[in-house]
Design a protein around this ligand. Structure first.
Ligand code: F6R
Length: 250
């Protein structure tokens, strides 16, 4: 079932998403979290770091698996998702670093890396809560429109995604063309999914996700097949569906 929670703005949405993650960790200290990068979850990560520093929340027993990683960027490269996760979140927690996982974009055998990553997830058990953002084209993780691949796999990024990511790179030629991502099946296997969507530029993708037909052309629509799927969005992101759904603010 899909649930939609309408927040006032980015800060409010960030607090709500932080609440989801914090509640999960409090209820099950040894939970497995599926995590995302990008600009969207930064506020939620900041809020969780704050709560940890205030002594409210321990991540000592938590395990994490990230959705995706670029191919060819080493962990110390500021633009890699490894760097992002450590810089913004993991390094500020009491989490055991060996319990934190991202696909290895520097794997010598790129073809073998998805299997290795799926193996690790399989060993750890079911993800309790998977956090997601959404791309302008409706992608989740780096599952781009058009094709459903269930397991972790290597992808060629689409032009839209490369363009949208080019803000982090000096030259668009520098944006990686390939990435490793959890598949749709991997994501749908999580017990609970929370997707955070903010800003006017996501309004169209969100409208398609909520009201459009369930199709591989908008990968996020497939989340509607999940039994516990919550969207936390701000008013701007919901601007194109507000009239149709009459959502009350939380
Ligand atoms: C990130 C990820 C992507 C982003 C999406 C939105 O790990 O998997 O699907 O969630 O591209 O990115 P932002 O939040 O930067 O708009």
């Amino acid at each position: 079932m899909m649930k939609i929670m309408k927040a006032q703005d980015y800060e409010h949405a960030s607090r709500v998403v932080a609440n989801f993650l914090a509640a999960q960790v409090l209820l099950k200290p040894d939970c497995i979290l599926g995590l995302a990068t990008g600009s969207t979850p930064l506020g939620a990560y900041q809020e969780l770091v704050k709560r940890h520093k205030e002594g409210e929340l321990s991540f000592a027993q938590v395990t994490t698996f990230n959705l995706d990683e670029y191919f060819g960027l080493p962990p110390e490269d500021e633009r890699s998702y490894h760097y992002y996760m450590h810089y913004h979140f993991l390094d500020h927690l009491d989490i055991r670093q060996e319990q934190t996982h991202l696909p290895n974009g520097m794997a010598e055998n790129l073809e073998a890396e998805p299997k290795r990553y799926d193996g690790l997830m399989h060993q750890a058990g079911q993800i309790d809560l998977q956090l997601l953002g959404i791309g302008l084209n409706g992608h989740i993780g780096f599952n781009e429109p058009g094709e459903i691949i269930n397991d972790t796999h290597v992808v060629d990024l689409t032009e839209t995604t490369i363009e949208s990511n080019s803000r982090f790179f000096q030259r668009s030629e520098d944006v990686p063309r390939k990435a490793i991502t959890m598949g749709i099946g991997t994501i749908l296997r999580a017990k609970k999914i929370v997707m955070m969507v903010t800003g006017e530029n996501k309004a169209k993708a969100l409208k398609n996700t909520i009201l459009g037909p369930i199709t591989a052309d908008v990968p996020a629509t497939l989340l509607r097949l999940h039994s516990d799927f919550t969207i936390v969005a701000d008013a701007e992101a919901l601007s194109l569906v507000q009239d149709r759904l009459d959502l009350a603010e939380i």
